[in-house]
Design a protein around this ligand. Structure first.
Ligand code: MG
Length: 381
């Protein structure tokens, strides 16, 4: 309850995303689905969240393993935004006092803007988040000839959330023409009720084109170092009767020698994971994948790498390049290196020319054939 009011937060996730060429609502943004940012923003303000989508199963797929601490329901969207909002509104809890309608393609909505609009909606019945215009606006005819220049001071760009007294909104929905409105406040205006605009933020952008993702990512990673580097080092002992796996590639060994370890003992990938975790200052692989945990017994280190890459994404970073040196007296590794680079390129999701794997011996002076070591350096940004 917010100030004694039951608040239902509707999130619209039903667009066809034609301008993005993919489903922007479920797309990844810094390690999370776009829609999960909006759900999180409303989860500690609203009493329930209702998502309207043309493809409810796609929404379910990206949120089903999350607990947002508030009931989240997904309903089928309608043929336009207004109908989707209506469908969601009809699914609101009977106790609903206030309905907040937000565009799921606006992941950067902040708490302050929501609360300001919510307070105004409680007081006036209808409030919409908006911003001042930075550009001068021209009114044009069908031939793009300028008709006039409205006074910019009198104009506002409206965003979401658009927040209404639930009974007012339902009355408007049931008595107005849903086909002629482009936003939810348009219905309230048609109904003859005053709509108050509250201050939003230029950050509350709507993800419409692929460039908008770059902007959103820049906002989300603002203040973080642009680049980070990390190093990793690991050694495993060679013993008889174990497979020899390096960078996800099984290397035939005529001595039947492989590396000893709790997992598949892929020493090169271990060094790489330590470098990635090091760049993020998240400790080492021993902390993330304890070697006394049965679930990691014999596991492919490439699977563990996948989990580490999820952590990199969750922190808002991507890998720039990586460089691994494998230290082994035997076997000779040169001919396996192209495949190793391919494996890592696919696992880390970067071009092959950003993946370096080298092999060296220590001239019999170091590990001297008793084991294999690896050094890794990565850059993330
Ligand atoms: Mg290791």
């Amino acid at each position: 309850m917010y100030k004694g009011k039951f608040v239902s937060a509707v999130i619209l996730g039903g667009g066809s995303s034609t301008r993005m060429g993919r489903d922007k609502i479920t797309a990844d943004l810094c390690g999370k689905a776009v829609i999960s940012y909006s759900i999180e923003a409303f989860s500690d303000i609203a009493d329930e969240i209702i998502i309207a989508s043309a493809k409810p199963e796609k929404i379910e797929a990206v949120i089903s393993d999350r607990d947002f601490g508030v009931p989240v329901k997904v309903v089928l969207g309608g043929r336009t935004r207004a109908y989707s909002a209506k469908n969601a509104a009809c699914a609101c809890n009977q106790a609903c006092d206030i309905i907040s309608i937000h565009d799921g393609a606006r992941p950067l909505i902040d708490r302050e803007a929501i609360l300001t609009a919510l307070d105004a909606a409680i007081e006036h019945g209808a409030a919409v988040v908006s911003t001042m215009l930075k550009d001068t606006v021209k009114r044009v005819n069908d031939s793009d000839e300028v008709l006039d220049t409205p006074n910019r001071e009198e104009m506002r760009a409206v965003q979401t959330p658009q927040i209404f007294d639930y009974k007012l909104y339902m009355s408007a929905v049931n008595s107005c023409n849903l086909d002629i409105v482009t936003d939810d406040a348009g219905l309230i205006e048609q109904y003859g009720h005053k709509v108050i605009l509250t201050e939003g933020s230029p950050r509350n952008i709507k993800l419409t084109t692929p460039e908008d993702f770059l902007t959103a990512r820049a906002f989300l990673t603002e203040g973080k170092p642009l680049m980070k580097i990390g190093t990793g080092y690991d050694v495993h002992r060679l013993i008889e009767g174990r497979p020899l796996i390096l960078c996800g590639e099984e290397i035939p060994s005529k001595d039947n020698l492989g590396l000893l370890g709790h997992s598949d003992a892929d020493v090169a990938v271990h060094a790489l994971m330590d470098a990635l975790l090091g760049a993020l200052a998240l400790g080492d692989i021993g902390r993330h994948f304890p070697d006394n945990d049965d679930k990691y017994k014999g596991i492919s280190s490439m699977l563990l790498l996948k989990r580490v890459m999820e952590l990199v994404a969750e922190k808002g970073y991507r890998v720039g390049n990586l460089d691994i040196t494998i230290i082994a007296e035997k076997p000779k590794l040169a001919k396996f290196i192209p495949k190793m680079r391919e494996n890592l390129s696919a696992a880390v999701g970067i071009p092959i020319d950003c993946v370096s794997v080298k092999a060296t011996t220590e001239e019999g002076l170091g590990l001297a054939g008793q084991g294999i070591g690896a050094n890794a350096t990565v850059l993330i940004f």
